[in-house]
Design a protein. Structure first.
Length: 82
């Protein structure tokens, strides 16, 4: 039987503060609710975000960013079906 490699994940969520309008990302651990870093409000709206998967700290995209058209993490032009 082959040994499986266990990976730790860190949930990072994007939020919009309903009080001051600030958009930010927060690392959420356990049950502690996040607060806005600008005004410290807890009235937050969780946003839908694109996620990334790391490979041992190595950068997987030589272009340095996601595709602007679709958000594909492989970079611009990756989603082109041709």
């Amino acid at each position: 039987m082959a040994a499986s490699k266990r990976t730790e994940t860190m949930p990072i969520f994007e939020y919009l503060c309903r009080d001051c309008g600030d958009r930010f990302e927060a690392l959420v651990r356990g049950s502690a609710p996040p607060a806005c870093p600008s005004c410290h409000s807890a009235r937050l709206e969780q946003q839908v975000s694109v996620f990334a998967v790391g490979r041992g700290g190595a950068r997987t995209s030589p272009s340095g960013g996601a595709c602007g058209a679709c958000g594909d993490p492989r970079g611009p032009g990756s989603c082109d079906p041709n």
